[in-house]
Ligand binder design. Structure first.
Ligand SMILES: CC(C)(COP(=O)(O)OP(=O)(O)OC[C@H]1O[C@@H](n2cnc3c(N)ncnc32)[C@H](O)[C@@H]1OP(=O)(O)O)[C@@H](O)C(=O)NCCC(=O)NCCS
Ligand SMILES: CC(=O)OP(=O)(O)O
Length: 697
């Protein structure tokens, strides 16, 4: 299984690059192929290339193109959100991430920078991305200009938001902390965090916090007069050389940046002398303000010196320039070797990487989000293209769904019905559908009509079906479509947008029949809830199942759940949790649970259990404290069709959840029903599910 980690922050300038670089180095020591992904980059950085991406790709020699390493610019995200296309954001991010998953063993995902417009929703977007990628997060916050209470408060808020969205938080890093307060900060964070979450504090590192001379030259559009070879000099404190030299040189500190008007030869020469004097600290450079350049004799004097720190002339008065220098952000670029190494060594010194890396590598994601689930469906269906027959060829929703399916070339489609009527409908509805890519069959006019009728007669004559009845049945689209599957002329069928469930599935029950070892055909819905996918069964077929049938439905549903990548934890639903309620219906569910335990000891099952105890951890713990399913059930089995059918509809209608199905289970070949109230999305997804079933999962 592939792994990933999301590095998220709450603000700009948190110093998460240091974490990224340090973690990247650590992971590369643990696993061979580590990829890097930034879901959102800054617009202005796109053209000049985002420096985070360039730095990581080049420093660690990651075999990844720049374009593959990000999904959206910040402006694209804002636009999509404003036009109600948030879903597309997540879909594209999942797609790009999944492509990387195919190539790398582990992926480090760096969240957005919060350095521009749109930061209001930026935090939520980051939580949503981590959630949908199904990876844990490391939260990073800066301690600059914050009391320890303020820092802990903002990290606690962030932590709660991630946890509430079911994103596992692995570690919390307080960065840029006053070195004296490292332990205090960790204690403050420990106060609200569970023990299993690692807490680290990293001090503010001057060489990373301040810009290099090169960054200052770029930001101020300066003219480098001397010292081109030392532009990577890291600046320390900066001070204006306005006072007399004898006073000014006493103010110099290690790596000081001298800012002085260009005509102050005394300060310039004094600072250069101080730089080579063993009695004064080294300086990082000199900025000359006012666009003034020293006079010729002074320049000549400097030219004669053997080593000169960068001297840069900039336009603008001393006051303005000093303010500007103060606001220049320090960044790390691909060629900032010194900063990169400082970042990595700082990370290694303050973060106990061994345990953290082990935990990351061994992390098992809890659930699957609806978007990730749907992405997985599409990917799986593509692996082996199947032909799906849709008997309700004139239904508008079916035609819209077919247009979408054909556009992504994911399945081959056969529509049943009168060809002219279908074509007329497509034209009238203005549906863009490449007609040469679909097959349209009118059953009674088909070359196979006689053969299908005879086969049906042979299969059902013991049930008093005669040839006339067989021909009659084969003129019905449900029978004809099902016979196509029986004959191998199609791989699966989806119907029920117009016809009832009975009408849709009876032919399959009559001659597709059940798989070996299965006696009850049942159904499940994949309920795409806000943050997870749950399996509901049986909500469509068996009105009043016996305990034995209920057990079989639960086992089939658990196997289907497993086959579609959702770890099954079965809740056998009832109006009782444990022994809290009595009655014949409760006893039936209790018996069914015992049968499941006998037949399939490998499955996790709890029953009888109420819906609240099944899905809510707190209630589950209080009602059934010893259960390993209560509070985390993924497969919910309803005691009868009255409850099941209406519960799925209630959840679907009241929460807006996408209900994919009903997918029938237990048949020899896939036939799936739809609700007559289905949407185009429901049809689209059910066809894809059917194609996957046809692959023999
Ligand atoms: C599933 C259902 C359609 C079957 O109804 P039916 O066709 O009248 O059932 P019958 O008893 O006549 O059985 C027809 C065949 O299907 C088989 N069959 C019926 N239910 C079956 C099941 N759950 N599993 C396996 N086979 C089944 C029967 O054994 C019989 O086979 P045979 O003719 O070869 O002997 C019926 O149970 C039903 O209507 N369920 C509710 C559907 C519904 O309205 N759902 C709500 C909306 S989704
Ligand atoms: C599955 C289902 O409930 O179907 P319908 O809504 O058509 O009855």
């Amino acid at each position: 299984m592939n792994k990933g980690i999301y590095i998220a922050t709450l603000e700009s300038d948190s110093g998460k690059s240091l974490i990224t670089l340090g973690l990247m180095r650590t992971l590369l020591g643990k696993t061979a192929k580590v990829g890097y992904f930034r879901p959102i980059i800054n617009e202005d950085k796109k053209n000049n290339k985002d420096n985070h991406i360039s730095t990581v790709l080049s420093h660690f020699d990651v075999d990844l193109s720049y374009e593959d390493a990000f999904a959206f610019t910040r402006n694209e995200i804002i636009q999509k959100r404003n036009t109600g296309k948030s879903g597309e954001i997540i879909d594209t991010i999942i797609q790009k991430y999944k492509r990387l998953e195919e190539r790398f063993d582990f992926i480090l995902v760096e969240g957005s920078d919060f350095s521009g417009e749109g930061s209001v929703f930026e935090f939520d977007v980051n939580v949503l991305i981590a959630k949908n990628l199904g990876i844990p997060a490391i939260l990073v916050a800066s301690g600059v200009n914050k009391t320890k209470e303020e820092l802990a408060g903002s990290l606690q808020l962030a932590y709660n938001t991630f946890i509430n969205k079911d994103v596992n938080v692995m570690a919390m890093i307080a960065n840029k902390i006053n070195p004296e307060n490292l332990e205090l900060i960790k204690e403050e964070l420990r106060n609200f965090l569970p023990d299993e979450i690692d807490v680290f504090a990293i001090p503010s590192i001057e060489t990373l916090a301040n810009p290099t001379i090169k960054e200052i030259v770029e930001a101020l559009d300066g003219d480098v007069l001397f010292g081109n070879d030392f532009l990577d000099n890291q600046t320390g404190s900066f001070g204006v050389g306005a006072m007399q030299l004898r006073n000014y040189i006493t103010k110099l500190r290690h790596n000081s940046l001298v800012i002085t008007p260009g005509d102050r030869a005394d300060i310039i020469l004094g600072a250069l002398q101080a730089n080579i004097s063993s009695n004064y600290p080294r300086i990082s450079g000199i900025i000359l303000t006012g666009g003034l350049i020293p006079e010729e004799p002074i320049l000549k004097l400097i030219e004669g010196l053997s080593q000169v720190v960068p001297i840069v002339s900039v336009a603008g008065g001393t006051f303005n320039v000093t303010n500007q220098v103060g606001s220049i952000k320090s960044n790390i670029y691909a060629d900032s070797t010194q900063k990169i190494e400082t970042s990595i060594s700082t990370f290694e010194k303050y973060v106990s990487i061994e345990t953290l890396a082990e935990r990351l590598i061994n992390f098992k994601p809890k659930g699957i989000t609806p978007r990730m689930f749907q992405y997985g469906l599409v990917t799986k269906a593509r692996q082996q293209k199947k032909r799906i027959v849709l008997p309700e060829g004139t239904d508008e929703r079916i035609l819209h769904a077919v247009a979408r399916l054909v556009a992504i070339d994911i399945v081959d489609i056969t529509l049943l019905g009168d060809k002219n009527k279908i074509l007329e409908k497509i034209t009238n509805l203005g549906i863009l559908l490449e007609l040469d890519k679909i097959e349209i069959i009118n059953p009674t006019e088909s070359e196979y009509y006689d053969d299908y009728s005879e086969t049906f007669y042979e299969l059902r004559k013991h049930k008093n079906v005669n040839m006339d009845m067989a021909r009659d049945s084969m003129s019905d689209v449900s029978y004809y479509g099902t016979m196509m599957i029986y004959k191998g002329h199609a791989d699966g069928m989806v119907s029920g947008a117009v016809h009832t469930t009975q009408h849709t599935i009876r032919p399959a029950l009559q001659f597709i029949k059940t798989k070996p070892g299965v006696s009850v055909v049942s159904s499940i819905f994949f309920m795409c809830l806000e943050d997870r996918v749950s399996i509901f069964g049986d909500c469509a077929i068996n009105p009043n199942p016996t305990a034995e049938a209920l057990a079989e439905i639960a086992i089939s549903s658990a196997d289907s759940s497993q086959a579609f990548g959702i770890e099954p934890k079965i809740a056998m639903l009832s109006y009782s949790s444990g022994s809290s309620g009595k009655g014949e219906d409760v006893d039936r569910v209790r018996r069914a649970t015992e049968i499941i335990k006998d037949l399939r000891p490998d499955l996790k099952v709890a029953g009888p259990i109420q819906y609240d105890a099944a899905v809510d951890m707190t209630i589950g713990k209080s009602k059934m404290p010893d259960s390993d399913v209560a509070g985390q059930a993924s497969v919910l089995i309803f005691p009868d069709l009255n409850t099941g059918n209406n519960t799925y509809k209630a959840v679907q209608r009241e929460t807006g959840a996408l209900a994919i199905g009903p997918m029938l289970q237990g048949l020899n070949k896939p036939v799936n029903d739809l609700s007559r109230g289905c949407t185009v999305d429901d049809i689209f997804n059910t066809v894809i599910i059917t194609a996957i079933q046809a692959q023999g999962i």
